[in-house]
Design a protein around this ligand. Structure first.
Ligand code: NAG
Ligand code: NAG
Ligand code: NAG
Length: 427
């Protein structure tokens, strides 16, 4: 918390009351210019797990749907009135209601919350879900967490990749064997969108990378391919793997050390849309989940410059549980001004992604939660279980990984543009 305060004291207090001498400072001007040009300005980070996303605001895109919200609650949605539980009268003790317990607003229970899974906490959520949002269970396992993270949509084949959980005992992965990569076809998922349970109707195919990506956890589109963070295995070093998204899924290793030291267990990765560098997080989950030795490096975010090979730490101090923070992304690619973005009511926020309008979404203990860019809670896609990660597949489609379940959702919002999808090698 002291760290957050330090950051806050460096930020201008308000635009209206900044002293004249302060207001002429170059950094402020560059930030304002950035906003006007609609470039990237912020990165949003789930601190406990190191999942993160760059938030872009591109005013030239068509957000027509944003100005025409429906006034009718869609059949698959329900309004959660936050004022209705400001005063509960009898508030359960900490042994019952804590960071990982579920909260049931008065008059609701698990079954009613799941029956209409689009939960409208704020009027702005209508714009995100549109008139007819759908949520479909498309695959299910009995205990093995096959649907964990690393959701990446590859537009050319209209497929979504994702990976098995490398650290869960029920997966039998980590030290014993590597977690695997799988994929589905979005066309197959879309064909069953009006069903609630369509398990068995969408093929889930294993992706055999060559050489194999060891214990993948995070991934993103990169230079027309897919880059995975591998968490390592025993003394095998964590690494960044670049995989061709089509057969035979040839793979090369981009990076496997920090000046000769093994990373802890690489977790998540994203491309900074402005400088096109890869930013990735390294956290100690491999050690905590007993498949990596004791870490020799702090939990940090790094950036990798593919042109020069430079690897530089950009942020540290990942300790707050349940919190999502944001940082300004400076023109030189550094991060500054960490501040609290949101604190979630259920579980630990994980996979973080933004939509084309700059709204922020995170996988949480009870599903996918959406906030506007200022951290105002808009609503939830409620699963009643952990959503470890998810990803948009272009316009109005989303795939959600819930460990033992895989969901397909349709809604009005679109994913943020993919940086470098059509990379042709010009930088
Ligand atoms: C979904 O349908 C399958 C096949 O009918 C069934 O085995 C499974 O229990 C259902 N899952 C849920 C969560 O209802
Ligand atoms: C994949 O790798 C194999 C073996 O190195 C090579 O023969 C093949 O040409 C590669 N395929 C592609 C599409 O790069
Ligand atoms: C988020 O919503 C709040 C409350 O309506 C509003 O003041 C704020 O400007 C919104 N933020 C963005 C970035 O739209």
């Amino acid at each position: 918390m002291a760290k957050a305060d330090d950051g806050a004291s460096k930020r201008p207090i308000s635009h209206g009351r900044v002293p004249a001498a302060e207001s002429t400072k170059a950094p402020d001007e560059s930030k304002r210019a950035l906003k006007h040009h609609g470039a990237v300005s912020v990165v949003v980070v789930a601190l406990a797990v190191g999942a993160f996303a760059f938030r872009q605001q591109i005013p030239s895109l068509d957000f027509g749907f944003l100005t025409r919200p429906p006034h009718v609650v869609p059949p698959s949605a329900q309004v959660i009135d936050q004022k209705a539980f400001n005063v509960l009268g009898s508030v359960p003790p900490p042994s019952e209601a804590h960071g990982t317990s579920y909260f049931f607003p008065p008059g609701t229970e698990m079954a009613s919350l799941k029956a209409k899974p689009f939960h409208i906490y704020d009027y702005d959520f209508y714009r995100i879900i549109g008139a007819e949002p759908t949520l479909t269970l498309i695959a299910e396992t009995s205990g093995n967490p096959m649907f964990h993270e690393a959701n990446v949509w590859y537009p050319a084949t209209d497929e979504m990749f994702f990976v098995q959980n490398a650290g869960a005992p029920a997966a039998g992965t980590g030290l014993k064997q590597s977690s695997i990569i799988q994929k589905i076809s979005l066309a197959q998922a879309d064909a069953v969108k009006h069903q609630i349970n369509a398990t068995g109707m969408v093929s889930v195919e294993e992706v055999y990378s060559h050489p194999q990506v060891i214990n993948p956890n995070g991934a993103t589109n990169y230079r027309g391919k897919v880059v995975f963070t591998g968490e390592g295995q025993g003394d095998i070093a964590p690494a960044l793997f670049l995989m061709e998204p089509t057969e035979p899924y040839n793979t090369t290793v981009l990076l496997d050390n920090y000046y000769g030291r093994q990373f802890n267990s690489l977790n998540d990765v994203a491309v900074n849309p402005r400088n096109k560098e890869l930013y990735f997080t390294d956290v100690s989950y491999g050690y905590l989940q007993h498949f990596r030795p004791q870490p020799v490096l702090p939990n940090q975010v790094y950036r990798y410059n593919p042109r020069t090979g430079a690897v530089t730490a950009v942020a540290d101090g990942f300790k707050l549980v349940n919190a999502v923070c944001d940082y300004d992304v400076e023109l030189d690619g550094t991060w500054s001004n960490r501040k609290l973005f949101a604190f979630v009511d259920s579980g630990i926020p994980d996979g973080v992604h933004c939509d084309a309008a700059g709204n922020v979404y995170a996988g949480c203990g009870d599903g996918v939660t959406a906030w506007n860019a200022s951290g105002k809670l808009l609503g939830k896609i409620y699963l009643g279980e952990v959503a470890a990660n998810f990803q948009f597949a272009g316009k109005g489609r989303m795939v959600i990984c819930a460990e033992t379940k895989l969901y397909y959702a349709t809604l009005a919002a679109s994913g943020a543009p993919i940086t470098d999808y059509d990379y042709t090698g010009t930088y």
